[in-house]
Structures are given as structure tokens and as C-alpha cells.
Design a protein around this ligand. Structure first.
Ligand code: NI
Length: 181
């Protein structure tokens, strides 16, 4: 399971970091995204046997997963606030923007695998959340490649938690409707 007080401390930190950000192509607070990813992770942790998983660590990484990438929070800030393990998990979930765009996902996934099962689960939960109806301005090719990338994420990160993998697979299948229509 996870510690509720640590959850709140982490949510307050992440909520403050993302306070000026909205979910892309919407007026929705970005906190909706991170709390939904945390919910997916929490739900997965309650399914099946997860005794080897650190639930608090997983949920902290879920709440913080976009802080380095999208806000002025740094790796060092996370070390000070939450320790090295959480900071390293979040850093792995952060794209290295000095790499060519097409290499960024594979690089991040490689680093995620090195950080452990919890971080893999967070990345799959993030993509589950992001496989909602795509914004109107996305072209068919972009929608298709987003689905393909989701499949790549599942292939690279699967094998750790059957429930979340089945859920991601289901979202990938359902996503097909958006480029077939
Ligand atoms: Ni995200």
C-alpha cells in the first residue's frame, strides 16, 4: 500500500509546480492529469499480488512524473524534497530533450527499466491516461503513430504487473477508433 501523508505532501508539491499549467488543448488544470495517473497506479497496486512493490514510491513518481519535464522543478529540488530514489525515478520519466525527438522515447524507456518495476508501472499509467480522445487538430498519421508508440511502451515495459498491462492493451485497442473513423 502507500502512505497517505506522503501522498498529500507529494501532491501539494506537484500541484504547486504545475499550478500555471493546463492539460494540453483544454482549460483543465494539469493536476487532473497527475492525479489520474496516481489513481491508475494506486488501482493497479490493489490488483493481484504486489508485495514486492513499494506503493508509496510508485505513487510519488506518478504525482511528480512531469515536474522536471514541464515545470521549473529540477532533479536537485526533488532530491532535497523526497530523496534520491524518487528523484531518479522522475528523472527517468523525463525526456532528454538534447536527443533527436525520435530517439527520446526509447532513451527514456531504457532509463525507466533501470529504475525498477514501480517506475515502469507509472509510465504505463501515464500512457493509459493519455490515450483519451485525441485533440481535434491531430491528424490521422499523428494519432496512428501515438498508438504505435503506446504499443512500443507496452512491449518495452511489460512483464511487471498484469493488471495495468491488460488495461494499457485495452486502451491501445480502443484508440484505433480515432484513426479508423
Ligand atoms: Ni504525463
Amino acid at each position: 500500500m502507500w502512505n497517505q501523508d506522503t501522498y498529500l505532501k507529494t501532491l501539494l508539491f506537484a500541484g504547486h509546480a504545475h499550478r500555471k499549467q493546463q492539460v494540453p488543448s483544454s482549460e483543465m488544470s494539469y493536476v487532473v492529469h497527475i492525479t489520474n495517473v496516481a489513481m491508475e497506479v494506486a488501482n493497479a497496486l490493489t490488483q493481484g499480488l504486489n508485495k514486492d512493490l513499494d506503493g508509496t514510491f510508485a505513487i510519488q513518481c506518478a504525482l511528480l512524473h512531469d515536474t522536471i519535464e514541464d515545470t521549473d522543478v529540477t532533479y536537485e529540488d526533488l532530491v532535497v524534497a523526497f530523496g534520491t530514489k524518487v528523484a531518479a525515478g522522475v528523472l527517468a520519466l523525463t525526456k532528454n530533450e538534447t536527443l533527436p525527438k525520435e530517439a527520446q522515447m526509447a532513451d527514456s524507456l531504457k532509463r525507466i527499466v533501470q529504475q525498477g518495476k514501480e517506475v515502469r508501472i507509472v509510465k504505463m499509467a501515464d500512457r493509459i491516461n493519455n490515450l483519451q480522445k485525441p485533440p481535434k487538430h491531430w491528424e490521422r498519421a499523428k494519432i496512428k503513430s501515438y498508438q504505435k508508440e503506446a504499443q512500443f511502451i507496452l512491449e518495452q515495459l511489460g512483464g511487471v504487473q498484469a493488471y495495468i498491462e491488460a488495461r494499457l492493451k485495452q486502451k491501445i485497442d480502443i484508440y484505433e477508433q480515432y484513426f479508423l473513423e
